[in-house]
Design a binder for this molecule. Sequence first.
Ligand code: NAD
Length: 494
Amino acid sequence: TALHPALTDTDLDFVPVPDEMLVAGTWRRATGPAFEVTDPATGRVLQTVHQAVAADVDDAVAAGKAASEGPAWRGLLPHQRARYLHRIADGIEENSARLALLQSYNTGKTLAETTALVGSAAGTFRYFAAVLESGDDDLTVPRGNYLSMSVHEPIGVIGAIAPWNSPVASDAQKIAPALAAGNAVVLKPAEWTPLVSLALGRIIDDSGLPAGLLSVLPGKGSIVGDAIVQHPGIGKVTFTGGTRTGRTIAHAAAEKLMPVSLELGGKSPTIVLDDADIEQAVAGVMYGIFSSSGQSCIAGSRLFVDRSLYEPFVARLVERTRALRIGNGRDPRTQVGPLVHHAHRDSVASYVDLARREGGRVLCGGAAPDDPTLADGAYYLPTIVDGLSNDARVCREEIFGPVLVVLPFDGVDDLVAQANDSVFGLAAGIWTRDYRRAWRLARRLDTGTVWINTYKRFSISTPFGGVKESGLGVEKGRDGIAAYSRCKSVYFGL
Ligand code: NAD
């Protein structure tokens, strides 16, 4: 398979990811069991990574507390902290080709996708630096014989627990605002994808950030993740991952009365109204579900099409889906890469088997590709299923793969009832030429984000978060820093 034109396999050697974790300002080999990190495109082992143990969490939290309370961090003015964030962004940009390649190796995503994610990670640090530079001073309100002032103070040490699907971008979304607010961060990447987070840790460490402010501990969720959540020195956990894990973390947080923010799963509806631009809608629906091989929290995995155009629309969608080029994410011709891991591919395949058993019609895909050059990879063909009702398990549960279920609807009330009939509420997409209809429909959908005639587009200045079982709290936007601060009010008698 051709690699990115400017890069070869040996470029991986330049990506600084020795089997060491960053803890308490130093790099050291973890003492927990070793874990093989694989390239899902080939099944090849990329690296063995030793896992952290609970005692490492103690060291990371102690160092984070000392560093965040020290004058080199807490004593800084916002614009001085901003300089550190800019330096981190510089480091990400200087290493962007390597980070993108590494992320493609570790997650299977196409280089186009990982390049965009690395760009967004750098942009996230720049954005929060700019928020610090332009920040309003804390408000003072004189009233009669007293003056009150509320100040935002750092929480202390933030536990950040990340999923495997877009490590560099999700790490940045947690680290940048948490540091901006004056905290330290203990990051635990997902088991399958620690390499990018460790490389990012190396870049951040090299940027000159005071030692101890960031620790990166690869390890199992049930051991290292749980130790972070339970640790008395962790003041807040920011978690992105599955709803079941989010619920476990929320229970543990309730015991400590610790704030949490949870970015969880989804089963997002995309909706094609009868006046939609068909070609634009077909392309948008495909991008919504098949980019990143459907391994995206916001994947548009339930498609609702107005019954009046159901047959021709679905026929065109299937035709164009069949033409997608599946392959190694490092091949620039590839449009759909492998799934992150063979075990995950098996889980996706089992959902399609379930759809068949539930009476669904598999209109395309429904199997691994039969190309022998892809036989060792964790590939699964983009799959479209119809003939099911919204009650089917494949319409209710998050598959997190390239599987789209299509359903017809009759009128807007039927549509809203079906679209909202889900425990999830992360995102939705609407395809129509009539923006007034789109606006009215958007207001009726129980989701945190609605895209109209576009999908999966993000602005770092626009808050993002789920409702219902898709999450608690929002990331991004100016308020992103407030999520990592606590408010103290001080009164002065005059
Ligand atoms: P996951 O819940 O299995 O794991 C997420 C992280 O939690 C991992 O680092 C894991 O090690 C850790 N973890 C597991 N058990 C834990 C425990 N008991 N205590 C503490 N930590 C624990 O999720 P995943 O499979 O890595 O990621 C896929 C999921 O993430 C999907 O459901 C997807 O929708 C969701 N996701 C949501 C968003 C969003 O912004 N809403 C973004 C990306 C992914």
